[in-house]
Design a protein around this ligand. Structure first.
Ligand SMILES: Cc1cc2nc3c(=O)[nH]c(=O)nc-3n(C[C@H](O)[C@H](O)[C@H](O)COP(=O)(O)OP(=O)(O)OC[C@H]3O[C@@H](n4cnc5c(N)ncnc54)[C@H](O)[C@@H]3O)c2cc1C
Length: 321
């Protein structure tokens, strides 16, 4: 019996969500018993994979022959690893891959799936797990009745803490079938912090009046080491790239700090950001709905407030150097 955790690797490194999923898997194993085994594919260094041991994995199974796996192959990889380890709990991150693969594995193994868990499961009624519902407006508790249980963990629900020792890395060759989809080209944004992984995010909306005014948002993000984001209309009009659009129909994020500048705070926007640990809102309209969700608010003109904030951050950094 073990807890199996699927871990994504990119460019030879373990993705941030992978550490979080393993750390979460350890919490689950502490409650329900068994070891934590991670499974992955591709060409990550053994030393990078062994690091998962510091977050709770005792072993990492890696199929090095399986590069650029598509979702159906990843599902087969996880199924084969579940078979090998006899895992009765399987954990994914609720990211792009987890959202596509966890339901496939759930269907193949006839295992109940908790999609987007935000807490470790309890043994109430056997196995019960907390999730966000209604775009984060309420909580739900999902009770799984099957012998094998699958959980996809909402990213940023737990801050992984390291403390264990390196994991054993073991080659794991299994037949995952042929890819049905192949990646033709990958374009990365050099120097930018990927939005789903960012701890700090500076976001702006239609209150900025036009794309020419985003310089101050980028300045603030640069000084803070933050990623930039935007509301949907801003991406739809073409002021900002679509990958920055956050909300119900965009990227859902849960950073430690979300600064919203000139964004009204419509429910569809909040749906993608209300899991942020601290929300700061800058808006000229004291009645803007975003203030109800804010931890800190500035009623003021972004064109006055943001440059002052940039200067304040610069001064703070200089005085701490
Ligand atoms: C099915 C559906 C899905 C949707 N999905 C999403 C989604 O995923 N993400 C999303 O963002 N939206 C989504 N929307 C749109 C959403 O309903 C809102 O229309 C949108 O979020 C508003 O964007 P905004 O706040 O940038 O613009 P506005 O609503 O125009 O708000 C601009 C704000 O800027 C303030 N402001 C103006 N000037 C200044 C200034 N100088 N300084 C400071 N503040 C200023 C104003 O007071 C106002 O509050 C969706 C809508 C639908 C119907």
């Amino acid at each position: 019996m073990s807890v199996l955790v699927y871990v994504e690797t990119t460019n030879g490194k373990v993705a941030k969500n992978g550490f979080e999923a393993v750390f979460y898997g350890k919490k689950v194993a502490d409650k329900f018993g068994g070891d934590v085994v991670a499974v992955t594919s591709g060409s990550a260094d053994d030393s990078a994979l062994a690091e998962l041991g510091n977050y709770g994995a005792s072993k990492v199974l890696v199929n090095k022959g399986l590069n650029d796996a598509d979702d159906s192959q990843t599902a087969k990889l996880v199924q084969a690893a579940a078979d090998k380890t006899g895992a009765n709990i399987i954990v994914f991150s609720h990211d792009l891959i987890g959202k596509a693969v966890a339901p496939r594995v759930s269907a193949a193994l006839k295992a109940g799936l908790v999609s987007g868990a935000i807490d470790a499961p309890s043994d109430e009624n056997g196995f019960t797990c907390k999730v966000n519902v209604f775009s984060g407006k309420a909580f739900g508790f999902v009770n799984v009745k099957t012998a094998t249980r699958i959980i996809s963990l909402l990213p940023n629900s737990f801050k992984p803490e390291s403390g264990g020792s390196p994991a054993a890395v073991e080659a794991f060759d299994c037949d995952c079938g042929a890819a049905r989809v192949s990646v033709v080209e990958t374009k990365t944004q050099d120097g930018e912090i990927p939005l789903p992984e960012a701890e700090l995010v500076v976001s702006a909306g239609r209150g900025l009046k036009g794309p020419e005014n985003w310089g101050m948002i980028e300045d603030l993000a640069k000084e803070l080491g933050a990623a930039t984001a935007c509301s949907r209309p801003v991406a739809d009009i073409g002021w900002r790239p679509h990958h920055e659009h956050v909300g119900q129909t965009g990227v859902a994020i849960r950073p430690n700090l979300y600064i919203a500048v000139g964004i009204s705070g419509a429910i569809q926007h909040l749906a993608g950001v209300n899991g942020s640990k601290v929300i700061v809102v800058i808006n000229t309209d004291a009645e803007a709905p975003f203030f109800k969700a804010a931890d800190y608010g500035v009623v003021g003109d972004a064109f006055e407030v943001v440059p002052k904030l940039v200067e304040a951050v610069k001064k703070f950094k200089a005085s701490n150097n």
